[in-house]
Design a protein around this ligand. Structure first.
Ligand SMILES: [Zn+2]
Length: 736
């Protein structure tokens, strides 16, 4: 087959800009000779290690060409090549890769380009068969300077959770993930560290994640047992090695931490350090003062500054600070009132941000990247003068790790570019995957295709992330940043960052899904996985319970006649996806990554099936109850079935996630799995009608997810954001 840019094999992601398969194959055998141009700071160790992973038993470094694999820099490559690469966008990242029967040549002007060329060779060579590697010519460069992913090392740890997914990884797992990022040309990881610190901190040992008490489900006894949890990096330290490992592959590592909220365990261990809620605020229902600290307290400032210094000392290449997500009130202590009391709460918060950034900059090295996520509160559409004022107060060195998403048809994003400058924008509101964490680890990948009036208006999903990436590329921002709050089952989000930051306009959404699914699972299983993703329903547990407050990200309730039909439709979709996944599961050889992804998708679909069935039976119960002559036996039958399926969802959660129960560390019950409350709400209804044997368990707290508390304003804004036009992603003369 004649392969050109129109049909790039799915092994390659991101897709290269110029691509042509030639005749012949490179057949290197088990040993390979390598020449690395000394002008490129390409680590011999990295090249050797990566080639060994590819299967070469012997890697011989040569001091001069020729070699089977030659990496050539300026002066050594043909001058026509040098000219061509110099003319590319981001020439320092550009490369050419030529695989021919005689060998492999990578040309690059800079180490960055050489690493990208090497990464492409690794992906391409993974496609080799017994006849060797197909000959190919590639010339390639990115569409945006930096492509960043934000995974989690701790996520509200010791506040809402102990840990899940990547937070439970040891060094080897992180190494595997960094290898993956290297092959996909990711340039930085912005690693979330929210909550108790996952590293040693001798000055403040009480703030690290050691011996945290957690109740975990033990199927052996069908009950909870209390265990103590210590972060893997405190058990078997890997963080410093991991940063060095990533840096050697051209990947920077930033620490993404709270400005003065969730900053280590300090606010939990020292409750007196927290922002003060006045009795009036408490009376009006505010509970969440557990996360942010009062920066007027001297010991708090001292602690925060020491934390920042400690993080830099660990080797991080940058720090990204996020403001507290509390938008309704500010610390009511006497000193804060004196200093900021005349300001609205959010302006008080931004003033503290500016002050603290100033303090942090005094102690950080000049080369350390400093970023901020701020000004995220309503009103979503802000006055130009207002933004201009904060721009002037923000230290010049600080870059923005948050800019608006599709709010107000992208006009707000374009306004930010205008005011803060495109070079300062390193990230937008691309939290498709982050959102999954607060959904109880169900990734909402693509908007569903069901009737408009019943559609979830969840706006943070894969398509929305992609539109935001395209908008940032189209307007020449510095970076895109995609969230990855966990790995298993979420690869499509990471792949979108990789593809749309590098070769932004190659695929539309569905073409991307097809390519990425095959990249992940190979030709046969990839097609099945693609179909599964197109059909898997996504329903939040609160949506099948009318008596619970709406989850701000997914507020529609599926209770009623039409809603029942919707659930029936979803049930068919879930069954269909389970069959597709069964077929994938029958294949004999899955790589570790494929198996993780498959298992996560299977678990997600099984949970969805149970949630849908619970909701369906609850609806049937309500319909029977409302009928002219309700039948007690039928009511009982429907009630029992609703409870059975809700319990089954909870069993799947408890048995698969070690940390699924609500926590009270802060004094407020917080968790991410709402199903025990749904079960209790169902029981409350059934007990009223069918008798006390359905009595709810009053020990179950009526809690909300740590993530959803400050986001209630989305109930108003969600539908508008979901319907927004991606103006920033529009290109003149190109139809979308
Ligand atoms: Zn205060």
């Amino acid at each position: 087959m004649d392969l050109t840019r129109e049909n790039i094999p799915s092994t390659l992601l991101p897709t290269p800009k110029f691509f042509a398969v030639k005749s012949g194959r490179f057949q290197p055998g088990r040993a390979i000779g390598v020449f690395l141009d000394p002008s490129l700071r390409l680590s011999e160790d990295v090249v050797r290690a990566e080639l060994e992973k590819l299967g070469f038993e012997e890697v011989e470094m040569k001091s001069e060409p020729p070699a089977q694999l030659a990496v050539l820099g300026k002066g050594a490559m043909p001058s026509s090549h040098e000219q061509e690469l110099s003319g590319c966008r981001f020439p320092e990242q550009a490369y050419s890769l030529c695989v021919s029967p005689d060998g492999v040549t990578i040309c690059a002007l800079d180490t960055k380009g050489a690493l990208h060329g090497f990464a492409t060779f690794l992906q391409w060579a993974e496609r080799a068969d017994e006849d060797g590697v197909a000959a190919v010519d590639i010339v390639d460069f990115p569409d945006i300077e930096r492509r960043i992913i934000s995974p989690t090392l701790t996520w509200y740890a010791g506040f809402a959770r102990a840990g899940f997914g990547t937070q439970l990884w040891y060094g080897e797992d992180w190494q595997r993930f960094i290898d993956w990022c290297f092959r996909h040309k990711i340039t930085a990881l912005n690693i979330v560290m929210y909550g108790f610190w996952p590293f040693e901190f001798p000055e403040y040992p009480e703030t690290v994640m050691r011996d945290i008490k957690v109740k975990t489900w033990a199927p052996e006894i069908n009950d909870w047992v209390e265990v103590s949890f210590t972060h893997p990096n405190l058990n078997k330290p890997f963080l410093e090695d991991m940063i060095r490992y990533a840096n050697a592959r051209g990947i920077d590592i930033y620490a993404y931490i709270g400005m003065n909220s969730y900053s280590g365990g300090y606010p939990v261990v020292h409750p007196e350090s927290r922002s003060v809620l006045s009795p009036e605020l408490k009376a009006s229902g505010h509970v969440n003062n557990y996360d942010s600290m009062c920066t007027s307290r001297e010991e708090v400032r001292k602690y925060l500054i020491a934390s920042v210094k400690r993080i830099e000392e660990l080797g991080f290449n940058g720090l990204v600070f996020e403001e507290s997500e509390e938008v309704q009130w500010f610390c009511q202590c006497e000193e804060c009132q004196r200093k900021y009391g005349y300001l609205p709460p959010n302006d008080a918060k931004h003033s503290v941000t500016v002050e603290m950034l100033g303090e942090y900059l005094k102690v950080l090295k000049p080369e350390t990247v400093v970023g901020v996520r701020w000004l995220r509160e309503p009103p979503i559409v802000k006055d130009r003068d207002y933004l201009q004022m904060w721009k002037e107060r923000l230290p010049e060195r600080v870059v923005l790790f948050w800019a608006p998403g599709l709010e107000d048809d992208d006009r707000e994003f374009l306004k930010w570019i205008d005011i803060f400058g495109r070079e300062r924008i390193w990230s937008r509101n691309c939290e498709g995957s982050g959102f999954a964490a607060s959904l109880g680890r169900i990734p909402y990948l693509i908007p569903d295709t069901f009737p408009e009036n019943l559609k979830n208006y969840a706006f943070q999903h894969l398509w929305n992330d992609i539109l935001q990436f395209q908008g940032a590329v189209n307007t020449n921002c510095t970076a895109i940043n995609g969230y990855g709050f966990e790995w298993y089952g979420h690869e499509l989000y990471f792949l979108a960052t990789a593809q749309y930051g590098w070769d932004c306009w190659h695929f539309d959404n569905y073409e991307f899904l097809a390519h990425a699914a095959r990249h992940l699972h190979g030709e046969t299983n990839g097609a099945l996985y693609e179909e599964a993703i197109l059909n898997v329903p996504c329903i939040h547990e609160t949506q099948i319970c009318p008596t619970l407050p709406s989850f701000p990200f997914m507020p529609n309730k599926y209770v009623g006649e039409e809603e029942t039909r919707y659930l029936e439709h979803c049930l068919m979709a879930a069954e269909r996806v389970l069959n597709l996944l069964k077929l994938i599961g029958q294949s004999s050889a899955m790589s570790r990554i494929q198996k993780e992804n498959w298992e996560a998708t299977l678990l997600m679909t099984r949970r969805m099936r149970e949630v849908i069935l619970a909701g369906l039976y609850y609806n049937r119960y309500l319909m029977e109850k409302a009928s002219p002559s309700p039948d007690a036996a039928r009511l009982r039958e429907f009630a029992l079935a609703a409870l059975r399926h809700a319990e089954e969802d909870y069993r799947l959660i408890k048995e698969h996630y070690f940390d699924s129960r609500e926590h009270h560390w802060t004094g407020v019950a917080i968790g991410e799995y709402y199903i025990p409350i749904v079960i209790n709400e169902y029981k409350r209804e059934f007990a009223d009608v069918l008798g006390p044997e359905y009595a709810p368990d009053e020990s179950i707290p009526r809690m909300v997810g740590g993530e959803s508390l400050p986001w209630e304003w989305l109930l108003e804004w969600g539908p508008r954001i979901a319907a927004a036009k991606a103006l920033a992603a529009q290109r003149p003369g190109v139809a979308r």
